[in-house]
Ligand binder design. Structure first.
Ligand code: THU
Length: 159
């Protein structure tokens, strides 16, 4: 029998500790929660993607009466950014969630489906995506989606 550990490094920043570029990206994700269409969950998620050309692309969760037809903020954002700028690597992605009257204290981890899409975007552009998960108690930052999804099914898994 063998055993191995998988270790991920996450850095938690206070608001003042974030660079102004990171703060701007998180602010854009927070702002994007206002565009959420979430009449079923009342859970407003916003995301902001920084592209290599400097463009910041935002999106939010878009729900549907046929529940599975809705889409998370992360995928809405990445799919529309990639559709608009198919040759621009995504450098960073900030995510914020708002419920009731407040942003959440603890950040929400992206769902499995969104992690898989982020992984494809990293592989497609051969560039890691820095992920910033905003919470009012701190912004949790990882250097790549690989830190959140330790076992990765990618194109080369099928070779
Ligand atoms: N949601 C996101 O937009 N991103 C996540 O990472 C988790 C969940 C959305 C989907 C749905 O509209 C609502 O939050 C409740 O699950």
């Amino acid at each position: 029998m063998k055993q191995y550990d998988i270790v991920s490094s996450v850095t938690v920043y206070d608001w003042e500790e974030l660079s102004s570029e990171d703060r701007q990206l998180v602010e854009a994700a927070k702002e994007a929660t206002r565009t959420s269409y979430s009449p079923y969950s009342h859970f407003q998620v916003g995301a902001a993607a920084l592209l290599a050309n400097g463009v910041v692309f935002t999106g939010s969760n878009q729900e549907n009466a046929a529940f599975p037809s809705g889409l998370c903020a992360e995928r809405t954002t990445l799919f529309s950014a990639n559709a608009q700028y198919p040759d621009q690597p995504v450098l960073a992605l900030a995510i914020a969630a708002f419920k009731g009257e407040h942003f959440l204290q603890e950040p929400i981890p992206p769902c499995g489906g969104c992690l898989q899409v982020m992984l494809e975007v990293e592989d497609r552009f051969k560039h890691p995506i820095r992920i910033l998960l905003y919470g009012t108690d701190g912004t949790h930052v990882v250097d790549s989606v690989r830190a959140l999804l330790p076992f990765q099914f990618v194109k080369k898994s099928m070779l």
